[in-house]
Design a protein around this ligand. Structure first.
Ligand SMILES: CC(C)(COP(=O)(O)OP(=O)(O)OC[C@H]1O[C@@H](n2cnc3c(N)ncnc32)[C@H](O)[C@@H]1OP(=O)(O)O)[C@@H](O)C(=O)NCCC(=O)NCCS
Length: 224
């Protein structure tokens, strides 16, 4: 299959996409719990429609990026995946948040390597710019770590991936999209055995971000 043969369309995810989305997520995340329930996806679409981005080929859903708004100070520090999830698998979207958090990005296995993941990330970055949010944050698994866990600490592993001495299917992808590793997260997703529960806290800074003037300095002028 060549890129020229594809009939790609980038658009917002809709509630009617759920059956296709479920099949895709169950296939890709079979080892870490599969798809989100429909009510979770519907709530995301309702609360932050622009943040849920899909890519289709001739009507077939082949990729998706799910995003919430969060408070930068809270999520740019160590946290667990569960901190994003409320009761009954509802995802906690903060409509006043000053940053975006990438919950998921996934591409159908037959469609990988065509830079569709990059297209979803570009759309997410464009949204971050247009909403004048400060950054995109994400917790990224390191699924190749288990192959090296006997001889490398997670920090050494991340360093080698950053130097392109080791390729990690997620971290190499994130770094190719200009995300910087800020921290190492422990017990992020404990059931993720391949990453041994570790993850990287990733950040892409919106350099066009302009803080509101009154946020810069709210103190009254000092008399000298
Ligand atoms: C990660 C994923 C979304 C990448 O999608 P993709 O469409 O194949 O990636 P792209 O073709 O857009 O690749 C973009 C860049 O990332 C790099 N990259 C992608 N997959 C990679 C891999 N397995 N190893 C190393 N680098 C990789 C590419 O080299 C590319 O860089 P380039 O454009 O400079 O050549 C896809 O592999 C996937 O769905 N994985 C399973 C779901 C998952 O774990 N998602 C991450 C959740 S945190």
């Amino acid at each position: 299959m060549s890129l020229e043969e594809l009939h790609l369309n980038l658009r917002n995810l809709m509630s009617d996409d759920y059956d296709q989305l479920k099949a895709l997520m169950d296939a890709v995340y079979h080892d870490i719990g599969g798809a989100w329930p429909k009510r979770t996806i519907d709530k995301l679409i309702q609360e932050f429609p622009d943040g849920q981005i899909a890519i289709e080929d001739d009507g077939l859903l082949v990729g998706v990026a799910l995003t919430v708004q969060v408070d930068y100070d809270e999520f740019s520090n160590p946290h667990k995946y569960d901190d994003l999830i409320g009761h009954r698998e509802t995802i906690l979207n903060n409509e006043d948040g000053d940053a975006m958090y990438g919950l998921d990005v996934l591409i159908h296995p037959d469609y990988r390597g065509y830079r569709l993941g990059r297209r979803l990330y570009e759309a997410r970055k464009e949204l971050c710019r247009s909403m004048n949010l400060r950054a995109i944050l994400a917790g990224g698994r390191i699924p190749e770590y288990y192959q090296h866990a006997d001889e490398l600490t997670p920090a050494q592993y991340i360093d080698k991936v950053s130097r392109k001495e080791i390729y990690d299917p997620i971290l190499s992808f994130q770094q190719a999209n200009d995300f910087q590793v800020k921290r190492l997260l422990r017990k992020y997703l404990p059931e993720d055995e391949q990453s041994r529960g570790y993850a990287t806290l990733l950040e892409w800074n919106n350099i066009l971000f302009e803080p509101a003037a009154n946020v810069l300095d709210t103190r009254p002028p000092r008399c000298v």
